[in-house]
Design a protein around this ligand. Structure first.
Ligand SMILES: O=C(CO)COP(=O)(O)O
Length: 271
């Protein structure tokens, strides 16, 4: 991925910051303001690389107000959503509410949701469908743990998570999807999958979509890599031709670091 037009298909690079359970709504606004200023000062062209943040739910209203008030081009989304639209689901958040708050995206199936909350592929499939019902673009996360990687079954494992997550979607929906490959062993550990690993998996995921749907549909899907991404390694990972962006955790909490990931020179090459 070296441009905003990846060959025949227009896959605008997406650099996404997952804040996880960090930053209260005041801290969140401060970070977003700083990020926007830094990117503006650098003359960032959002058409060349889209920038998204995923704050905690309690920050979203403040983020919406700031984005609207200051006319920011940064987009945002929820870190999760309920498979249901409303009702007696204490503690859950409906896609309907996220849509009302101006969210563009929603993360589905982050490995921390899969591991800590035991979310199954079947549940995640209903969350993906709930996202589409509320005009949110799901970012479906998939990736293997260390044991699976060591056994050499990482491609099969991750591809099967993707297959289960998109069960029953139309080709039109799949074409809008974003998929994030996040190897669990590389999240928050400082271990990064090598650029070749990221490319191998993104290509395998795309190939699977090609065989389940068709090449044109698969060619539209943006594939992100996530796991210990920093400004120092972002460029090498983004060189993979099937890697269309990054899902950044820890480094997205530092405005300057995240802005330099967004601004990595490879994103700015014109073709
Ligand atoms: O889980 C991640 C993003 O969703 C990756 O987190 P880190 O970048 O902190 O490893």
């Amino acid at each position: 991925m070296t441009s905003s037009t990846n060959g025949k298909y227009d896959r605008r690079p997406l650099i996404a910051g997952n804040w996880k359970m960090n930053l209260d709504h005041v801290q969140g606004i401060t970070l977003l303001q700083k990020l926007a200023w830094t990117l503006d000062d650098a003359g960032h062209d959002y058409q060349r690389a889209e920038v998204a943040v995923f704050p905690p739910f309690t920050d979203l209203r403040g983020v919406q107000t700031l984005v609207r008030g200051d006319d920011l081009q940064v987009v945002y989304g929820g870190q999760d959503l309920s498979p249901h639209d409303s009702g007696a689901y204490t503690g859950d958040i409906s896609g309907q509410f996220l849509e009302k708050l101006g969210c563009t995206y929603v993360l589905v199936g982050h490995s921390e949701r899969r591991a800590i909350h035991q979310e199954t592929d079947e549940l995640l499939n209903s969350k993906v469908k709930a996202a589409f019902r509320h005009n949110l673009t799901p970012i479906l996360c998939a990736g293997e743990g260390l044991e699976v990687r060591q056994a050499g079954n990482h491609v099969e494992h991750t591809v099967s998570q993707l297959r289960a997550g998109i069960d029953g979607l139309t080709a039109e929906q799949v074409g809008q999807l974003v998929v994030a490959y996040e190897p669990v062993w590389a999240i928050g550990t400082g271990e990064v999958a090598g650029p070749d690993d990221a490319q191998e998996m993104c290509a395998a995921l795309r190939a699977e979509l090609g065989s389940l749907y068709d090449a044109e549909t698969a060619g539209k899907v943006r594939m992100l890599y996530g796991g210990s991404v920093k400004a120092a390694n972002a460029g090498a990972i983004l060189k993979g031709k099937d890697v269309d962006g990054l899902l950044v955790g820890g480094a997205s909490l530092d405005a300057a670091e995240f802005a330099s990931i967004v601004r990595f020179e490879h994103l700015l090459v014109t073709d």
